[in-house]
Design a protein around this ligand. Structure first.
Ligand code: SAH
Ligand code: F3S
Length: 482
């Protein structure tokens, strides 16, 4: 048995989000992992740490002492890839001084840039795609014998259902649990279907068991993860697109996302449940009723829209119009009073006119999201948009529109937070606030960060009641209620 000591620190704020340095200690071989990009990548790094942990590796926070350095990469925008390249070059410098150190690239960049990284630039020894992590021990052996090793094969079945992730997150209170892999939606701007393959769902019993295990280890919140969680469909294994070919018995006993949510909510009634990401075209009312019916499913939906213009939504292949999105928003508010919403928005997609941009701003005014993630369009190789559409919005216009969208969101976030002043919120304490050890920080059910002074009797993992007295656009500030 290996013994793990885990922890992490934030090393870099990228436009992609936070990059985490994951660490474990042990007496044998030492592994250093950094993750970039989406939550799924962070969850995958925990799977990798588990697989390698079984094979004698433990992680370290200290790059200098690592035998193996792995970078879990993101391809979603060009900037994400540039960040990873910079990091790889820095690792290479360390390797120059210590040639026995091996460097590997995991995740979404693996397939796209394997030849370049391995052969042309000779930056890495090992390239492993998101479905090939079980092969890591063999690949590392190849590398140790002096060869370069690659496996970027995408799978029809792999969900790592039986791997018990080594938790590397920044607290012992909240955790991610993967429920689907890949995506079949083929949004025309998006590289994910190419880098992560076709969509498949994980056995629901293994999801429930993982959540129970987390609860028993003191965790009090799980986020069920998938590129498109609403599309979850378990019928005994296999690709979503092959569902129609399954036996009648398998189809009749299929488990959909709302069923899964209820299974998890009932299995861990004292644990908060969140999920990400929802796709408007696949979100159905049964999911909304599940949220409304179960107090432990949080009143919060991350519901990317990408644009407020029906014309742009159509060229993005999002599968819904502006009006259909509004209809979904009003059903959400009707079924789940007090449900918070966040979004992703792409600014400057090919063909976006000033009128389309105004549609985006007016959609935001209509919804008044609690917060959002806003990005300039970045053309990605192989996507439909890259092949067929001209990236024709000049960068300075993208920048101006992005600023307008960000400013609008800032105003809405502030108004949403101000509306909580005077309320008493249930907060799950995650840890010290970033600014002061005298304050706790945690989230309310709507996923808004709440900061309040410690009283001395409470601990991370406790649910407490906090009276909201003030706010910024990002944070609610309050005091503990007895
Ligand atoms: N369904 C996924 C979406 C992954 S990509 C999920 O789980 O979050 C995350 C966000 O990145 C997308 O919602 C989109 O807003 C943005 N994005 C994707 N491709 C992009 C591109 N080519 N340029 C700019 N932003 C992009
Ligand atoms: Fe990408 Fe659209 Fe899937 S944004 S991950 S193709 S839902």
């Amino acid at each position: 048995m290996n013994q793990y000591h885990t922890g992490n620190k934030i090393i870099d704020e990228t436009k992609q989000g936070e990059a985490l340095v994951l660490e474990q200690m042990h007496g044998g071989k030492k592994l250093y992992i950094e993750s970039y990009g989406c939550q799924m990548n962070f969850a995958d790094s925990e799977v990798v740490a588990s697989i390698l942990g079984e094979n004698g590796f433990q992680t370290t926070r200290n790059l200098e002492e690592a035998d193996l350095v792995l970078l879990n990469t993101c391809s979603i925008r060009d900037k994400a890839e540039q960040t990873v390249r910079k990091r790889l070059k820095a690792f290479h410098q360390v390797k120059n001084a210590r040639p026995e150190m091996k460097i590997g690239v995991l995740g979404c960049m693996a397939e796209r840039v394997k030849d370049k990284l391995l052969d042309e630039e000779k930056l890495v020894d090992l390239v492993v795609g998101p479905d090939a992590y079980r092969d890591l021990p063999n690949l590392i052996e190849e590398v140790e014998s002096g060869q370069k090793a690659v496996n970027v094969i995408l799978s029809k079945e792999e969900t790592y259902a039986d791997v018990n992730p080594v938790r590397l997150g920044h607290n012992k209170v909240t955790a991610f649990v993967s429920i689907t892999r890949g995506c079949d939606n083929m949004c025309t701007f998006c590289v994910v279907p190419f880098t992560r393959g076709r969509e498949r769902s994980r056995d629901p019993q293994t999801i429930v068991d993982e959540c129970l295990g987390l609860y028993n280890n003191g965790y009090r919140e799980v986020t069920l993860l998938g590129q498109n969680v609403d599309s979850y469909l378990w019928y005994g294994g296999g690709l979503k697109k092959d569902f129609d070919k399954a036996s009648e018995v398998a189809r009749a006993s299929a488990v959909y996302f709302a069923d899964l949510l209820k299974m998890v909510a009932e299995a861990v009634p004292n644990m908060r449940i969140r999920f990400s990401t929802s796709n408007p075209q696949d979100m159905h009312d049964d999911v909304l009723y599940a949220i409304a019916d179960y107090p432990n499913i949080c009143n919060y939906i991350h519901l990317p829209v990408q644009s407020g213009s029906s014309k742009i939504l159509k060229t993005m292949n999002r599968g819904h119009t502006r009006e259909e999105y509004f209809d979904l928003i009003s059903r959400i508010h009707k079924i789940i009073p007090d449900c918070a919403l966040s979004h992703d928005m792409i600014i400057g997609f090919p063909g976006e006119t000033e009128e389309d941009h105004q549609d985006t701003l007016s959609l935001m005014d209509h919804v008044k999201y609690n917060y959002g993630f806003m990005f300039k369009y970045s053309e990605r190789p192989n996507t439909f948009a890259a092949r067929k559409l001209e990236d024709n919005v000049p960068d300075e216009i993208k920048t101006r529109r992005l600023t307008e969208v960000i400013n609008k969101q800032g105003g809405h976030s502030l108004v949403r937070n101000q509306s909580r002043i005077g309320m008493v919120e249930e907060v799950l304490i995650e840890g010290n606030s970033k600014r002061s050890d005298e304050h706790w920080s945690g989230r309310n059910t709507q996923n808004t960060m709440v900061v309040f002074p410690k009283s001395g009797d409470e601990n991370p993992g406790d649910f407490v009641r906090v009276k909201i007295e003030d706010c910024t656009s990002a944070t609610l500030l309050g005091t503990l209620q007895s």
